[in-house]
Design a protein around this ligand. Structure first.
Ligand SMILES: C[S@@+](CC[C@H](N)C(=O)[O-])C[C@H]1O[C@@H](n2cnc3c(N)ncnc32)[C@H](O)[C@@H]1O
Length: 113
């Protein structure tokens, strides 16, 4: 991280806009800036970030955008599908949303990328 990022993120109170649940399609999405500031300083590219409450996938997106391996767990199949769709859109990936359903059918509320 840059010296300016360190000064800005390590001291003072963070201030950035929230995220709209309606826009994202999830009840409680984080603004991307929040996981970005939590993932980048304590890890390096190639490290793995685990989010056990994926929701719409914001932490996975922030992690992947900074070269981290993203690993996620989500209880609700519909949220898994939303996160996969957002990741596909963000990175031009072609992850199958059916993998979320397969995990749900196997009563294994868990998937990884
Ligand atoms: C506050 S939301 C996370 C929002 C996420 N940070 C985002 O930006 O979209 C919490 C998520 O945890 C999921 N969840 C709740 N209990 C869970 C559990 N036991 N295992 C896995 N996921 C769970 C919920 O379905 C919900 O999508």
């Amino acid at each position: 991280m840059s010296a300016d990022e360190f000064k800005d993120w390590a001291w003072g109170v963070w201030s950035f806009p929230g995220e709209s649940g309606k826009r994202i399609g999830h009840e409680a999405p984080f603004p991307l800036e929040l996981p970005r500031r939590l993932v980048k300083p304590p890890s390096f590219p190639g490290d793995t970030a685990l989010d056990p409450f994926v929701g719409s996938g914001t932490t996975m997106i922030a992690s992947m955008a900074h070269g981290r391996v993203a690993l996620g767990i989500e209880l609700e199949t519909k949220h898994c599908r939303l996160a996969i769709n957002r990741i596909n859109q963000e990175f031009g990936a072609k992850l199958e949303t059916s993998s979320a359903e397969t995990a749900a059918r196997a009563t294994l509320p868990c998937w990884t990328i």
